[in-house]
Write a protein that binds this ligand. Structure first.
Ligand SMILES: CC(C)(COP(=O)(O)OP(=O)(O)OC[C@H]1O[C@@H](n2cnc3c(N)ncnc32)[C@H](O)[C@@H]1OP(=O)(O)O)[C@@H](O)C(=O)NCCC(=O)NCCS
Length: 232
């Protein structure tokens, strides 16, 4: 069993929204075994599942929640922090967790409960300096502006935590206006659509790609003309 000190460190907020925020205390924390019931209760929702990939089970049970929390707690499942010096020489650093619970306090018990999730899935091979952003929020908390505040703060954390990252992208079903809106107000740029790229709930879906590029690299807004690739 973890010592009290370890448990305390693990439950410290990674990111806390400003206390002036209009929805009370919302924090990002490492996944804790105690969040399993609230995770299962929040994510066992078809409206959320319809916007996620099929590796998320539906219905979503307590056992599924326990599996996810266990997965997130094991450092062998975390990506390595990559760094690159001015000559492009790559160093593979320590592993670092990058999936967090979005937590608020239960008004009755005062206990933390998970109302959502946010995290990165890092690319491999030539895409190893990129990651895909994923998130969801309990339906009872939609439309309060929470994710519009969480995503920019998470991105600030991500650029610092993973200094080798160049690009973070989000893949959104074309029918998911809420998520597209969250990304656009978090400084992700719309890059384009992939027609027929998804098969979800027995239907053909179209995907929209949004990307956020590391500030200071001068890549934001860059457009590549197709004719350039034809000439080379
Ligand atoms: C997407 C999701 C995280 C949004 O969280 P949220 O906290 O409700 O988002 P916010 O309140 O910060 O912002 C939602 C925005 O969508 C807008 N919106 C609401 N309904 C909309 C609709 N039908 N079409 C387009 N935009 C819509 C809101 O006006 C708001 O934008 P604004 O702040 O500029 O007014 C949440 O709806 C969710 O978990 N959905 C299911 C899972 C999911 O889609 N995950 C992302 C997969 S890519």
């Amino acid at each position: 069993m973890a010592s009290p000190d370890v448990a305390k460190v693990a439950s410290a907020p990674v990111i806390a929204l400003p206390s002036t925020s209009r929805h009370g205390r919302v924090e990002l924390k490492s996944w804790q075994p105690s969040y399993a019931p609230s995770l299962a209760a929040s994510l066992n929702n078809r409206a959320i599942w319809l916007q996620l990939r099929d590796h998320v089970p539906s219905p979503y049970t307590l056992a599924n929640a326990e599996w996810w929390i266990d997965y997130c707690s094991k450092s062998q499942n975390w990506p390595n922090v990559l760094t690159f010096d001015e000559h492009g020489i790559e160093t593979i650093g320590a592993k670092r967790s990058c999936h967090f619970a979005i937590v608020t306090q239960n008004p009755t018990t005062g206990e933390d409960e998970a109302i959502g999730s946010i995290g990165l899935v890092h690319g491999s091979d030539v895409a190893r300096r990129t990651a895909e952003l994923g998130y969801w929020l309990a339906e009872s908390h939609w439309g309060m502006g929470i994710m519009g505040e969480v995503v920019p703060m998470f991105m600030q954390w991500a650029w610092e935590a993973f200094p080798g990252l160049i690009r973070v992208h989000g893949e959104v079903y074309a029918t998911n206006g809420r998520s597209a809106s969250v990304l656009e107000k978090s400084e992700f740029e719309y890059e384009g659509s992939q027609i027929g790229a998804a098969w979800k709930d027995g239907r053909i879906g179209h995907m929209l790609t949004f990307a956020c590029l590391r500030p200071g690299l001068g890549l934001s807004g860059l457009r590549i003309d197709r004719s350039v690739s034809e000439r080379n």
